[in-house]
Design a binder for this molecule. Sequence first.
Ligand SMILES: Cc1cc2nc3c(=O)[nH]c(=O)nc-3n(C[C@H](O)[C@H](O)[C@H](O)COP(=O)(O)OP(=O)(O)OC[C@H]3O[C@@H](n4cnc5c(N)ncnc54)[C@H](O)[C@@H]3O)c2cc1C
Length: 235
Amino acid sequence: MSFFQDALAMFKKRDLLFLESYKESEDVYTFLFEKENDLNWIAGQHGLFTITHKKIKNKTRPFTVASAPAENVVRITTRISENPSEFKQAMLELKQGMKINMTGPLGSFNPEDNSPSLLIAGGIGITPFRSILKQIESEGNGIKKPIQLLYLDRNKSFIFKDELDAIANNPSISVTYLDSRDDLYQEIDTFTTINKGDDNYFIAGPKSMVTSIFDFLKSKQIPKKNIKKDAFYGY
Ligand SMILES: Cc1cc2nc3c(=O)[nH]c(=O)nc-3n(C[C@H](O)[C@H](O)[C@H](O)COP(=O)(O)OP(=O)(O)OC[C@H]3O[C@@H](n4cnc5c(N)ncnc54)[C@H](O)[C@@H]3O)c2cc1C
């Protein structure tokens, strides 16, 4: 999506009806909202979500839409600690029938062409990749480009693991679960060696992790234009 499309999308605001929430793991929650027929996004995009059911100070956060458009529901999946921010406390208080406001969709975090793609997720940074891979799954086995997902979580708390394992039955898609940064760098090395040329890289997760992987890729002479990043602040 171009800068101008993103600028236009900033004016697209709508209320979404809250449906339900549930825990994915000890401290990760999913929130589902109704997808109206005229709401569309490209897998991997995010929205700006604003709390409307109560008055809080910082009432807006960017979140990836973690569902694929084909799933017909808007999903936010987020980490919520024991002492949540006012925003996340308000999310926990959502009840059926309440609404959240969404601006967007925004961004261009999506593998568009037929080049091999390496998707690198750190912890909660798995959300855009869930959406992207779910969309590919819903479109059938027609993809030709190899896609490899490297999913790093130091605590081995791999949310969406069952879904990702099912998606990895597609011969063009592989998923590797990792719990150490060294192993991650080794896997990246292998991928860059095999695919150097028209390969694309997507990194999502906590900002510090995204920055260090971006620097590592640059040190391997991967051109900046082949690397896309979704850096999550606040982790
Ligand atoms: C494109 C995008 C997609 C995202 N998708 C997800 C997602 O799918 N799931 C998810 O859990 N999170 C996602 N995030 C991160 C999310 O927006 C929140 O920042 C995060 O969940 C922490 O929120 P919080 O309310 O717990 O903490 P916050 O109160 O927001 O932040 C905690 C700390 O981070 C600092 N901080 C917050 N925002 C910024 C900023 N913009 N620049 C510098 N410092 C900042 C604050 O000062 C504070 O110290 C995404 C962020 C981006 C940019």
